[in-house]
Design a protein. Structure first.
Length: 403
């Protein structure tokens, strides 16, 4: 493998593709949840012999195609990486960062809440649908307010379930100076810092509802961003490790297998031939292993030129640039479909409807809401930077808002 410059590029296109794939996995998950057969494993993850096909779709690597929990962990790791990488190269002008970052996040979220309410109000409820559809009730004012604010003690997501993750995204964005301090200090103790993060996450995993990872506390959620931040700050170590590999292809395959095994660990533990008490004791730890799998997936895309190139093809690059829009708009549409048609006659058949419609909606939302929000955020950041820049530094400061 030929060595390249250790300096990180401004944008790693393969990570856009990874982000797009993760967003599509979440769409697939919520689409499949219109069928009770796909809801049942979340209600009771212990395997049954009732449906052999569902057994394979749940407890084999096939589950990775609809493993939405790990997809969100990938988002968190990527957020930590993407926000910290420019900071290590150019620094951050905090007066410009905060307003621009909050505009970048909140304007699309607010638009998605309005869109979700429209789906609820203007879609007739003709069928009960699966349990996933039934838990989505008509919004009440206090719940809508929580979804608009996001950073509240109660869990947001009444109008649009995916907003639970935006709460942690906003908190991470607000606490970015502390994350940078943690990543930049005592860099020779990197293994200890990683161990500390994993320990804190483990404590959070054993405190939280293991069957509902979205409801876990900050002790579990917030360290995931720190892992991405460490990955950004230790870029040179990653590249040096890659360039020292004697058989890079074999190493990447092994890392990929380990990543997939970690991502599948929550479901794998339930098929182990051990006592139920042992499974209950091990299950929370598997959530931490899933985060490790998400981290390894990001690391692999960064280090492996082949995988990076595979994820840089035009369709996946497009999907990556629309991933935030896709993430925000798809679920209310899917729930509305479930209210109209109920459970599909063939499990998974709705994918032929939900995926094309979700992609079309994402493109419209990107052009009408997300892209203008991004441009406004950049304009705000540059305006504040220009007003606060010392006279001795005439070069314009780059926007802190990631693409």
């Amino acid at each position: 493998m030929s060595s390249v410059s250790a300096a990180p590029p401004d944008r790693i296109v393969g990570l856009d593709g990874l982000r797009g794939v993760a967003a599509l996995v979440v769409v697939i998950l919520h689409s499949l949840l219109l069928s009770s057969a796909f809801v049942d494993p979340f209600v009771d993850p212990r395997p049954t012999d009732a449906d052999p096909l569902m057994w394979w779709l749940t407890y084999s690597p096939l589950h990775l195609a609809w493993e939405g929990t790990v997809a969100v962990y990938v988002f968190f790791v990527l957020s930590g990486f993407v926000l910290c990488l420019p900071a290590r190269k150019r620094g951050v002008q905090w007066r410009a960062y905060y307003p621009s970052r909050l505009v970048r996040l909140y304007l699309p979220v607010w638009a998605s809440v309005v869109l979700a309410i429209a789906w609820i109000l203007f879609t007739p409820r003709l069928a009960e649908g699966s349990a996933f559809v039934q838990i989505h009730q008509d919004p009440i004012p206090i719940a809508v307010l929580r979804d608009l604010i996001l950073v509240v003690p109660a869990q947001p997501g009444w109008t649009n379930t995916v907003l639970w993750s935006l709460k942690w995204e906003v908190l991470f964005s607000l606490l970015l100076p502390l994350y940078l301090l943690f990543a930049l200090r005592l860099r020779k103790f990197l293994p200890l810092k990683i161990a500390l993060l994993l320990i804190v996450m483990t404590v959070g995993a054993y405190e939280g509802p293991i069957e509902r990872p979205y409801a876990m506390s900050a002790l579990f959620q917030m360290p995931i961003f720190a892992l991405g931040c460490l990955l950004a700050m230790e870029w040179e170590r990653v590249i040096a490790w890659r360039d020292r590999l004697r058989n890079a292809r074999l190493t990447f395959v092994i890392v990929g297998v380990v990543a997939a095994a970690c991502m599948m660990s929550y479901w794998t533990v339930f098929v182990l031939p051990v006592e139920s008490a042992v499974i209950e004791a091990l299950a929370p730890m598997t959530r931490v292993l899933q985060v490790v799998g998400a981290l390894l997936a990001v690391l692999l895309v960064i280090a492996s030129p082949g995988l990076g190139a595979a994820l840089s093809v035009t369709p996946l690059r497009w999907l990556g640039t629309r991933s935030f829009s896709l993430y925000l708009v798809h679920e209310p549409m899917i729930v509305a479909l479930g209210r109209v048609i109920g459970e599909p006659p063939v499990a998974g058949s709705v994918l032929f409807i939900t995926i094309p419609v979700a992609l079309l909606m994402a493109e419209v939302f990107f052009r009408v809401v997300e892209r203008p929000s991004y441009l406004l955020a950049r304009r705000i950041g540059r305006t504040i930077s220009a007003r606060t820049r010392p006279a001795a530094r005439p070069d314009p400061a780059p926007s802190p808002v990631p693409d």
